[in-house]
Ligand binder design. Structure first.
Ligand SMILES: C[S@@+](CC[C@H](N)C(=O)[O-])C[C@H]1O[C@@H](n2cnc3c(N)ncnc32)[C@H](O)[C@@H]1O
Length: 228
């Protein structure tokens, strides 16, 4: 029993993380997702929701480079020293009123919108309701996107597989040009976690007006691929 626990804890990614200076093995999940889907680009702005202990912050900071910016939020403090282009806030992403969150994180990018939003948020509890809590956390992220993510931007969001997973995936698909579930090799085999990757956010829905042909201001937003 003890040997098995040790083997699981000290697996290949755990050792790699130690050797390469990442604060957690989950760094390799994001690296793998980014290799495949290109969600982190140089000079861009990234929001990481549920960022502690900080390995995704480290990966995102490397990928966006010194001219990019990474903003993290978590219930817990990030104790590990982070690169200079990272700033972190303590707070509950579900409870902080959206306008306060917007002011907090948006202020870090000059009131502008992010190019990518990441969420590795996970419920603290363990048990059969975890997947429902996970879906709720995902929906809280989806709700923030119109105010935080620029049209053309990307999303990576962890979800525990369960009855709500296909529904949350469909909700995400409606908001992005493409969205699909992906399980990186670095995810433990026994884990029910999946990552929903959304490419090219469609942006906020235009408000319904009498003149349905009116062009919404959002549709004039620059594309994430072309602006810093
Ligand atoms: C799996 S860890 C994230 C690991 C991180 N991506 C990394 O690589 O270091 C999940 C995090 O989600 C955070 N979390 C859960 N619910 C949250 C909420 N409502 N608001 C902010 N953070 C939350 C937890 O505090 C925890 O630190």
């Amino acid at each position: 029993m003890r040997t098995m626990a040790k083997r699981v804890l000290h697996d290949k990614y755990f050792k790699l993380a130690k050797a390469e200076g990442y604060v957690a093995r989950s760094a390799y999940k994001l690296l793998e997702i980014d290799e495949r889907y290109r969600v982190l680009n140089r000079g861009k702005w990234v929001l990481d929701v549920g960022c502690a202990p900080g390995s995704w912050l480290q990966v995102a900071a490397e990928r966006v480079g010194p001219r990019g910016r990474v903003v993290g939020i978590d219930l817990q403090r990030v104790d590990h020293r982070m690169p200079d282009n990272v700033v972190m806030f303590e707070g509950d992403a579900e409870q902080v009123p959206p306008e306060v969150l917007l002011e907090l994180v948006g202020g870090e990018v000059g009131g502008d919108l992010f190019h990518s939003v990441l969420s590795d948020m996970a419920p603290k509890t363990t048990g059969h309701v975890d997947d429902l809590v996970s879906a709720r956390l995902c929906r809280s992220v989806l709700k923030l996107l119109p105010d935080l993510l620029r049209p053309g931007g990307h999303l990576v969001m962890k979800i525990l597989e369960g009855q709500e997973y296909p529904l949350v995936l469909r909700e995400t698909q409606r908001m992005f040009d493409h969205a699909k579930g992906f399980k990186p090799n670095a995810s433990r085999d026994v884990s029910r976690e999946m990552f929903i990757v959304g490419k090219r956010f469609k942006g906020p829905r235009p408000a319904k007006t009498a003149d349905s042909n009116a062009v919404s201001p959002e549709s004039k937003e620059p594309n994430a691929e072309t602006t810093p």
